[in-house]
Design a protein around this ligand. Structure first.
Ligand SMILES: Nc1nc2c(ncn2[C@@H]2O[C@H](COP(=O)(O)OP(=O)(O)OP(=O)(O)O)[C@@H](O)[C@H]2O)c(=O)[nH]1
Ligand SMILES: [Mg+2]
Length: 514
């Protein structure tokens, strides 16, 4: 306890100068201060749109009101806008990236090095438009769970470094999640914002989200962050005796109002997501009826999932990017296997080691569909120095998704980007080496996918003799995949090579008994 106090004292001493300069700016960036007027208009009250009255206001008769002309869709859009009120700072950030290196004990990361981890942290930052890394530092720590993350000596070194970098606007501490208390103490000590991986990844997601579902999932993942900010702001406000005051006529303190609004927001988001989920299960049922095998393409972020699907399907609409988390939405793309069997490839969100739990949870709905696929293709960037760690992270997330065991047992592992390695020899015998970018190894991959898909979907390749005068051939075209039609003109029949499911074959035999 004594050393904790000492450390606190040291931190306070180092920081006094910095704090005075930067504290105001820090807080102002996080949340709008209550300038004047009633406190209840601050924080979680969304911006008012013209014509749409706020809580307790009389309805207005001008502008775009919620009248009959206002479609349900428009209202939904407006509601979504409200739920997505910006929770994180936008605009320019100049950062110092700090990696706490745990050298001993159970917290010491395996299969990687501090250099590789800080390199990934820098890549995360570089993914963001307007965000730049001004400097980076690796500092060892024995106590990553303690309040100040570092021991006294390294904490002082870090504080000195921050003092010498007045142009930075934030520190990115490369750890999964900072407690609200630590975050506040560090921001007070250094006078700049302090981000953890959660904050940064969430911000990347925010910037990359395109569809309504991805945006809602981000809004949901933001809730814990807003709660943290609220806690920090409340303790600050309490020092000025603001947070626990009652708002006139409401019977609630300001703090209670804020927590209630946050709860309501969370409820609305969950409801909206549930609606979308129901819509998706209808789509899933449709897909099942059409009997297209579904192949989920998964892997660490930036390993080349989108590039591979583009190469396998020729879908020009796909846009691979050298960027982390370029894909945030599940999208489906049709392709053909060597025997002309049509399949659907599903592009998925990439994984990241130490992806904060809340974030995974809010995106698990996106990955729910994976359980209904016929095959998982696990793409790996084999040229990446942390490829082994990346594989372990992906497998551990896959395990936690409660997927059926037949799916986990039949995963096809793809070693991508082999063009970047001279004479690549796979250490894993079952893996298929490809270059999605240059098109190497794709035929072999398609054959392997076909072999497993036929097995797992109970489809077979058969040659059926049909009478060309009857409806059999057109039935087969509709209900199965016709590969070859070998007509025998002498007797008006044909040998038809088809890929057919067991259920369709049963129907065929019933309809057209020999
Ligand atoms: N050299 C090389 N680069 C590749 C290959 N496949 C993909 N890339 C590059 O890797 C980067 C990421 O590719 P994407 O297909 O967007 O990767 P992703 O896995 O979909 O990434 P996220 O959606 O962000 O998770 C792009 O710059 C691609 O051009 C490959 O076989 N060889
Ligand atoms: Mg992608």
């Amino acid at each position: 306890m004594g050393s904790g106090l000492l450390l606190r004292g040291a931190a306070a001493l180092c920081a006094r100068g910095l704090r005075a300069q930067r504290r105001q700016a820090t807080l102002a960036r996080w949340l709008p201060r209550p300038p004047s007027g009633p406190l209840s208009t601050w924080l979680l009250v969304p911006p008012r749109r013209a014509g749409r009255p706020g809580r307790g206001e009389p309805p207005r008769s001008v502008g775009r009101g919620r009248g009959a002309a206002h479609s349900e869709e428009e209202e939904e859009e407006e509601d979504l806008e409200e739920l997505l009120a910006p929770g994180l700072p936008r605009g320019v950030q100049r950062l110092l990236v700090v990696h706490p290196d745990v050298k001993w004990g159970v917290k010491k990361p395996q299969l990687t090095t501090a250099e590789l981890q800080i390199a990934e942290a820098v890549t995360l930052i570089n993914t963001l438009h307007n965000w730049t890394v001004l400097d980076k530092i690796i500092l060892s720590t024995k106590t990553p769970d303690k309040k100040f993350i570092f021991g006294k000596g390294n904490f002082q070194i870090l504080t000195e470094k921050i003092k010498r970098l007045p142009q930075i606007t934030a520190v990115f501490l490369n750890i999964e999640r900072l407690s609200p208390l630590t975050k506040k103490e560090l921001e007070d000590a250094w006078g700049v914002m302090v981000f953890d991986r959660y904050t940064v990844v969430l911000h990347i997601f925010r910037c990359n989200a395109r569809t309504k579902e991805a945006k809602l999932q981000i809004a949901l993942a933001e809730i814990p962050l807003l709660r943290t900010n609220l806690k920090n702001e409340m303790s600050h406000l309490d020092q000025q005796r603001g947070g626990s005051r009652y708002i006139m006529g409401s019977g609630e303190t300001f703090m209670e109002t804020q927590y209630r609004l946050l709860k309501e927001k969370e409820y609305k988001i969950r409801n909206a997501l549930e609606k979308l989920r129901r819509k998706r299960s209808v789509l899933r049922a449709q897909r099942e009826r059409r009997e297209f095998p579904v192949i989920s393409v998964m892997g660490y972020t930036n390993c080349g999932k989108t590039t591979l699907i583009k190469a396998l399907t020729g879908d020009e609409g796909l846009q691979p990017q050298d960027q982390l988390f370029a894909t945030l939405d599940i999208t489906a793309h049709a392709g053909y296997l060597p025997s002309h069997l049509a399949v659907i490839y599903v592009d998925t969100i990439g994984f990241l080691s130490e992806l904060p739990h809340d974030l995974i949870e809010s995106f698990s709905a996106t990955l729910e569909d994976v359980a209904y696929s016929d095959l998982i293709v696990h793409v790996r960037d084999i040229s990446h120095p942390e490829t082994v760690l990346q594989k372990a992270s992906v497998l551990s997330v896959l395990k936690n998704l409660n997927l059926p065991s037949h799916l986990l047992d039949s995963v096809v592992e793809v070693h991508n980007k082999v063009d970047l390695i001279e004479r690549y020899q796979s250490p894993e015998t079952n893996a298929i080496a490809v270059s999605a970018l240059l098109g190497y190894g794709l035929e072999e991959l398609k054959e392997e996918i076909e072999r497993i898909v036929l097995k797992t979907t109970g489809k077979r390749i058969l040659t059926i003799k049909v009478n060309l005068a009857g409806p059999q051939l057109s039935w087969l075209y509709k209900e199965a995949t016709v590969q070859e039609v070998d007509v025998i003109p002498e007797n008006g029949t044909a040998n038809v090579k088809v890929i057919i499911s067991n259920s369709a074959l049963g129907k065929y035999k019933k309809l057209f008994p020999q």
